[in-house]
Design a protein around this ligand. Structure first.
Ligand code: ATP
Length: 254
């Protein structure tokens, strides 16, 4: 593990009078799996929405590999190598699994307009490279039985894997997963744990996972940050954080 790949420094986010995030400072180390836990409404998804520029921070700095990204246009985020999945799966239901995965290649472009009109060899090579990456991800996530199926008809657990696959197709340096285990059965959650481990070890991608399922957190997280009321309450190993008195009190609502 090396230095911080992503740093949030005293970040705040307000919705009207409500402080969803207050003075939040979090560092993500390159090559780690960081789990972000905390009770409902703690600000976990808001933090992810700040990093991916869905919302503007009202205060503070967010740096990716030393570059301040807090004011970048949202569309630039994927180009930098930051990918995410959503709490409520966001896929193109009418399209096939393969086509959804190919959408993940968006950041690598489709070539200049004149290449598309003339169908140049360079464009053909680009399309072949996109297709090869999508096939690699299909293989990696065992999605071959559904390659040409429309997403709309797929079981929930498979759709979650497709969304993960689309994020991987963008070849991110850092991958944010928003509640990846929610709605999955125990067997699917075990598969997910293996994939997250492989995403970090084999693909070298840093993973930040917002998660309520402590079996998954205990299985894959190198480090855990617990948030409550928009701040960091505790951080450390899964065991340290789960036994922290403030964390126990936050979950009990005391
Ligand atoms: N778009 C929004 N408009 C207004 N308030 C919001 C918005 N998004 C989040 N909030 C509020 O900000 C606070 C933090 O919400 P957030 O969804 O980030 O928490 P969370 O820790 O991800 O919760 P959960 O585990 O339930 O998903 C909550 O009080 C929530 O109601």
């Amino acid at each position: 593990m090396t230095g911080a790949v992503l740093e949030l420094d005293q970040v705040a986010l307000h919705f009207g009078g409500l402080a969803a995030i207050s003075d939040l400072s979090v560092s993500v180390h390159a090559g780690e799996v960081l789990a972000v836990i905390g009770p409902n409404g703690a600000g976990k998804t808001s933090m992810l929405n700040l990093v991916t520029r869905v919302f503007d921070a009202s205060k503070g700095r967010i740096a990716f590999k030393g570059q301040d990204i807090s004011r970048l246009p949202r569309a630039r985020i994927a180009h930098l190598g930051i990918a995410r999945t959503f709490q409520n799966i966001e896929l193109f239901d009418a399209a096939t699994v393969l086509d959804n995965l190919l959408l993940g290649r968006h950041r690598f472009g489709g070539g200049a307009w004149w290449r598309q009109v003339l169908r140049t060899p360079a464009l053909t090579r680009l399309e072949e490279a996109h297709r090869a990456k999508a096939e690699e991800v299909i293989e990696f996530l065992d999605l071959s039985p559904w390659r040409n199926a429309r997403v709309a008809g797929l079981p929930y657990g498979v759709r979650k894997v497709v969304e993960l696959g689309r994020a991987l197709c963008s070849e991110p340096e850092i991958l944010f997963l928003d509640e990846p285990a929610s709605g999955l059965n125990p067997e699917e959650t075990r598969d997910l744990a293996f994939w997250i481990d492989d995403i970090r070890s084999d693909l070298g991608i840093t993973v930040v996972m917002i998660e309520h399922d402590m079996s998954l957190v205990n299985a894959v997280a190198d480090r855990v940050v617990c948030m409550a009321q928009g701040r960091v309450l505790a951080q450390g190993s899964a065991a340290e954080v789960q036994s922290h008195p403030d964390v126990i009190a936050a979950y009990l609502g005391t």
